[in-house]
Design a protein around this ligand. Structure first.
Ligand SMILES: [Fe+2]
Length: 207
């Protein structure tokens, strides 16, 4: 049962995290909501959309395994040694979650959520349609959620600026997914479904 596995994974692994995980959870919720909406807009089946909501919640769980190397830092300011550990987190997340009852689609979405469409990502430098569709959706949603959040060294970008920055890096994204994402972001009717604070898909109660 996916919900049971999600709760178990969150309870076992997130509570191991010695630092305050509030921001990580908030980011997970944002990516989860957005991934659900983008998958829906893209035309995936309801079951796939729901699975992506689960994957969005858990996509960075592997960072907990490297948190000792990264405490108080942010991915954008890491040195090369630290970057090596950051680059391990998709596989570490996959290895953590494979112990639970998650589908292959969820596990692969998490394993490949830092692959870029042009082949410049990690961990395996997959390109184009080699990257599972779920991972291509997460890549876009994760980037937007990160840009529109405060970081220790910068304030959150507004929607327009975040969109411009993503267009500059559009080589990283599946264009069809990116277009679905743009539709979701610009559709005021959909805002309440993905905006922070609205946990719509009912996969976990975190408060
Ligand atoms: Fe990540």
């Amino acid at each position: 049962m996916r919900e049971a596995a999600l709760r178990e994974a969150l309870t076992d692994d997130w509570t191991m995290f010695e630092e305050d995980a509030t921001e990580e959870l908030r980011h997970g919720i944002c990516v989860s909501n957005l991934a659900y909406c983008v998958a829906k807009q893209y035309g995936l089946y309801e079951d796939q959309c729901h699975e992506l909501a689960v994957a969005g919640m858990l996509h960075d769980i592997g960072k907990l395994r490297v948190s000792g190397y990264l405490y108080g830092r942010d991915e954008d300011t890491l040195n090369i040694e630290e970057m090596k550990y950051v680059r391990m987190h998709p596989r570490l997340g996959y290895e953590t979650l494979i112990r639970y009852d998650f589908s292959d689609d969820i596990l692969e979405s998490i394993l490949y959520h830092h692959e870029n469409y042009d082949g410049s990502g990690y961990p395996e430098n997959l390109a184009g349609d080699q990257i599972p569709i779920g991972a291509r959706v997460l890549r876009v949603c994760d980037t937007y959620a990160a840009l529109t959040s405060d970081r220790p060294y910068r304030r959150a970008f507004d929607r327009q600026t975040a969109m411009e920055l993503m267009i500059e890096e559009v080589k990283n994204f599946d264009m069809k997914v990116f277009l679905a994402f743009q539709t979701v972001i610009h559709d005021e009717e959909l805002q309440h479904k993905w905006a922070p604070g609205s946990f719509r898909v009912g996969i976990a109660e975190l408060e």
